[in-house]
Design a protein. Structure first.
Length: 215
């Protein structure tokens, strides 16, 4: 089973002892699960990666490894590398054997389509924060976001939230439009300017937003 959101998928695998060709072996010894993903947008097929590795590999912590060479003994897996509005096929593969001599066994596939954050009436966006710190370091090194050229780090951290917020506020024009916001640590310059401009286009904007935007 796969639960697909816009920028994350959750894979859940299970098996039946009655239907398995090797029921005792699936629960003991060197038996694992690998995850393979096909991106239908570019037909790229690749094994998903994780942080768990065999001790014999003698790898340092935080190194990404393939789930083909270092499969897992877990039935839940999250994929944070998907893109929105995209089709993927996941294949969960039973892998047996010893490190360095692993053999692929039974497998099952499922095809999914990730969601679009902005659809119908409501849109939901999540930026990248502390949870993405390891991925941030791998991508940009030990640099602050403002030390990365071309605002690439800020765009990556935004994950579409910053752009969507500016676009949404920018649509508020005319006397039939109104802006209502529940905000916390409201101090991002471009967003403040967007709220400040809304009343100039005839949009009804609460006084507290005007005061905050002008400060």
């Amino acid at each position: 089973m796969v639960i697909a959101a816009a920028l994350i998928t959750l894979l859940a695998a299970s098996f039946s002892l009655k239907q398995s060709a090797h029921p005792p072996r699936l629960l003991r010894g060197r038996n694992f699960l690998g995850r393979l993903r096909l991106d239908h947008a570019n037909e790229r097929r690749a094994w998903l990666q994780g942080f768990k590795a065999f001790r014999s590999a003698n790898l340092s912590g935080g190194v990404l490894v393939s789930t083909r060479e270092h499969p897992l003994q877990t039935f839940l897996w999250s994929d944070f590398t998907v893109r929105n509005k995209r089709e993927y096929t996941y294949r969960v593969v039973a892998i047996r054997g010893q490190p360095g001599a692993l053999v692929e066994g039974e497998n099952v596939e499922v095809r999914i389509t990730t969601e679009n954050e902005d659809r119908d009436t409501h849109a939901i966006y999540f930026n990248r924060g502390v949870a993405g710190s390891q991925a941030y370091t791998r991508k940009f090194g030990d640099r602050r976001p403002d030390e990365v050229p071309n605002r690439e780090a800020w765009r990556w951290l935004s994950r579409g939230l910053f752009e969507a917020m500016l676009d949404f506020v920018g649509k508020a024009r005319g006397p039939n439009s109104a802006v209502r916001a529940a905000v916390y640590e409201f101090n991002q310059g471009a967003v403040l300017q967007a709220f400040a401009k809304a009343p100039r286009f005839g949009c009804r904007c609460p006084n507290y937003l005007r005061r905050t935007s002008d400060s």
